[in-house]
Design a protein around this ligand. Structure first.
Ligand code: MG
Length: 393
């Protein structure tokens, strides 16, 4: 065996839920992984603690006002810390010469340019931010192919599909099935959904995540975005990407081959499993959490998704069939709708209505590049925001 070189990791989005789990993985595998750069939106105190704990010298802060505060408090960081700020700072970190792999886990569209920058610099990319592939899947996949770098999905379902597909020819794949827990409202009758509050939506049965994605789990928009992502990641047709309800969140995907055989990937519902897989790939090492315990009864249940109760899934499939900018419009309108719902501005059931309204009102087209994508993203946000008044509580 050759001596193993530590993989040097840049973590964009170090203070969020994915970031925290990534740090658990890195801390448990310091012989294999070394954190060399971190970034967050604004939480400089938490960044200082992480930088000190892991000896990180490159620190990025997205909000420029906070960057100034961090610089004034540089005593809280390791000596010789190099601070970078804004989107340019995130791009700089993504291209850090000493980095081998960049984990992009920043919220929203902010991760798009840093992800493309990492690929352009020949870094392997571990992707946790859904928006990157939903908005720019075509460009990101083309860039990864051109540079010959690895693109490792961190989302649990996509990481699961990646694991099931490894070593299998693409032509042998009939379809993939992503599992959905069904979120907080899985068993709620339609009538009750009209009165669902943000507090109700945030009670996710299996996963502990940020508020936006937890609401997306309750509407199944999260699964819709994941189907769109899967299409790009695994080079599939829209009809080859499907979803089923699986309340236990233990089977993360099923891959069906042309002969009817299926492979599944199982692990407890914790993000440390896919994060560790992506960061150590192709190596394996003991996980930071216990694996499934078969000395206890383990029931696994699967049922079809009722798309009339979960219109966000249906709308996502429509955007996949339409192609072009439709998935980006869906994503942007959904972000506006979820933020408004969390602010008690619109009812839960207005989320899909606002998204559908926005999709109907912005002409679809085939974006030719990043600028066009970001422009349609902004247009969709404006249109959705302007339409909020029609759906007010
Ligand atoms: Mg997921």
């Amino acid at each position: 065996m050759t001596a193993t070189k530590k993989k040097r990791v840049v973590l964009l989005g170090a203070t969020g839920s994915i970031g925290e789990n990534a740090l658990r993985v890195i801390a448990a595998h310091r012989d294999k992984l070394e954190l060399v750069g971190i970034a967050a939106r604004a939480n400089w105190e938490k960044l200082a603690a992480i930088a000190t704990r892991f000896g990180v010298k490159h620190v990025g802060i997205f909000e420029n006002a906070t960057l100034g505060t961090a610089r004034e408090n540089s005593a809280a960081f390791p000596t010789d810390t190099k601070f970078v700020g804004g989107l340019a700072g995130l791009v700089e970190l993504a291209q850090l010469p000493e980095a081998d792999i960049v984990l992009v886990a920043v919220v929203g569209t902010t991760g798009l340019q840093p992800a493309l920058a990492a690929l352009a610099a020949g870094k392997d990319l571990a992707l946790a931010s859904k928006e990157i592939l939903v908005l720019a899947g075509k460009f990101v996949m083309a860039e990864a192919k051109k540079r010959g770098v690895k693109l490792l999905p961190v989302d649990s379902e996509h990481n699961a599909v990646f694991q099931c597909l490894e070593g299998h020819p693409h032509a042998g794949v009939r379809r993939i099935v992503l599992t959905a827990s069904g979120g907080a409202f899985r068993d709620w009758p339609q009538e009750r959904l009209a009165h669902a509050t943000p507090a109700d939506a945030l009670k996710h049965p299996n996963w502990s995540m940020g508020p936006k994605i937890t609401v997306d789990s309750a509407t199944l928009a999260n699964k819709g975005l994941e189907l769109i992502e899967a299409q790009w990641l695994f080079d599939l047709q829209p009809e080859q990407c499907t979803a089923i309800l699986h309340p236990q969140s233990i089977v993360h995907c099923l891959v069906e081959f042309t002969d009817g055989a299926m492979l599944a990937q199982l692990s407890p519902p914790s993000m440390t499993f896919p994060i560790q897989h992506a960061l150590l790939h192709p190596d394996r090492a003991p996980g930071v959490e216990a694996s499934l315990d078969f000395t206890k009864l383990l029931g696994l249940e699967f049922r079809p998704v009722d798309e009339t109760r979960f219109p966000m899934l249906h709308l996502a499939k429509q955007t996949m069939a339409s192609g072009g900018a439709a998935p980006a419009i869906y994503n942007a309108a959904n972000e506006v709708a979820v933020a408004a719902f969390l602010n008690n501005q619109i009812p839960f059931l207005a989320i899909p209505r606002l998204v559908e309204h926005t999709l109907d009102n912005i002409p679809n087209f085939e974006p030719t590049g990043l600028a066009a994508i970001l422009a349609v993203d902004a247009d969709a946000r404006r249109a959705a925001t302007a339409a909020l008044a029609h759906y007010k509580l």
